[in-house]
Design a protein around this ligand. Structure first.
Ligand code: BT5
Length: 326
């Protein structure tokens, strides 16, 4: 959001203020203040004229200005009612030189997962792609994928939904098994299953040998969506705990992502705290074949260490399945 407009909004958040008061405080003309107030009204902020001056009544539920208003970081938001894929549009913006831009859509008609899989994207979800230009070698980009998954899982936990991460980037909500339910709160229970998928991350990048040119963190979160509208095995924040403020949730995710990626050494410890995969028997399909064993750790920038019958194997990329112990 334009800097002066952001300051007008911040001032009104602490209480009503007249045009002359705002003009004096921000050192601009009263006409300019009026102009900013009009722009905010057009963006959906309800600002009324009262005896005490302009009064901020409500903030729009979602949209560019609403998200920018919640963000601590200086990120510009571009909002669309519908896009094929926010990642596809973000790629175009990246090619045009964008940096610190989040492309957000109310729904996607061609949402993508990894390996050209589909990402079902009904209204009510969060679909966002953040374009950044980090000064790191391309080999470190997997850490950004982990960071996006951590940011979503932590923000979900703050919203009361206890989400964890399946390596590398699936945000899942553990579900009770049939045995759990039968055994009751203190009984013997089955080991946890994978859980239901709440969110996914699709990172795309372009770079030269030693430096990333741009990196896009594409984040899809089933927020205020009825789980019946999602594929089997999926869940939503609304289904787990109740609807959330999408503007606050997304701003929380983007701020946390930028914080984690500004210090890549913070990523692995934060990932381990939310990991569902460590200690589990896993089967990972990699481009070089299947690796099966116990997942013991992650290594920078995001490889999974699997203890197999032939010793430890370092898996850089692949599809991971949690197995029940033999
Ligand atoms: C992912 O892929 O999990 C990455 C998804 C990234 C989506 C975001 S939305 C904003 C941005 N713009 C895009 O076009 N994409 C990004 P993957 O691990 O391949 O998982 C895909 C699989 O998850 C599908 O094959 C389905 O089985 C399942 N799936 C599809 N839609 C889902 C949904 N809404 N919730 C949970 N699971 C879903």
């Amino acid at each position: 959001m334009q800097e002066t407009r952001r300051r007008v909004l911040e001032t009104l958040e602490s209480g009503p203020a007249t045009g002359p008061e705002l003009a004096a405080q921000l050192d601009i003309s009263r006409a300019a203040i009026w102009n900013h107030v009009q722009r905010l009204r057009e963006a959906g902020f309800e600002i009324t004229d009262t005896a005490d001056g302009y009064e901020l009544r409500t903030v729009p539920e979602y949209g560019a200005a609403a998200i920018e208003h919640e963000l601590a970081a200086n990120v510009e938001v571009e909002f669309h009612d519908e896009l094929a894929s926010t990642n596809a549009t973000a790629r175009e913006r990246a090619a045009d030189g964008a940096d610190g831009l989040a492309v957000v859509a109310e729904r996607q008609t061609g949402g993508r997962g990894r390996l050209d899989r589909e990402w079902v994207s009904p209204v009510g979800g969060i679909y966002a792609s953040l374009v950044t230009r980090p000064d790191v070698p391309p080999a470190e980009s997997p850490a950004f994928t982990l960071a996006a998954a951590i940011a979503v899982a932590e923000t979900a936990a703050e919203a009361g939904v206890d989400a964890g991460i399946k390596w590398p980037n699936d945000v899942l909500v553990p579900q009770p098994t049939a045995d759990d339910i039968a055994a009751g709160p203190t009984g013997e229970r089955d080991p946890p299953t994978d859980g239901a998928k709440l969110a996914g991350v699709l990172t795309e990048m372009e770079g030269e040998a030693d430096r990333v040119s741009w990196l896009i963190a594409g984040i899809g979160v089933n927020a205020n969506v009825d789980p019946a509208k999602l594929p089997a095995g999926a869940t939503s924040l609304a289904g787990e705990g109740g609807p959330v403020s999408r503007r606050a949730f997304l701003a929380g995710v983007l701020d946390r992502f930028l914080e984690l990626t500004s210090d890549l050494e913070s990523v692995l410890p934060a990932w381990r705290r939310r990991a569902l995969t460590l200690g589990r028997e896993v089967r990972v399909e990699t481009p070089r074949g299947v690796v099966e064993g116990t997942a013991t750790d992650v290594e920078f920038p995001g490889a999974l260490i699997v203890e197999t019958t032939e010793g430890p194997v370092r898996v850089a990329a692949g599809d991971c399945e949690h197995l029940r112990p033999r």
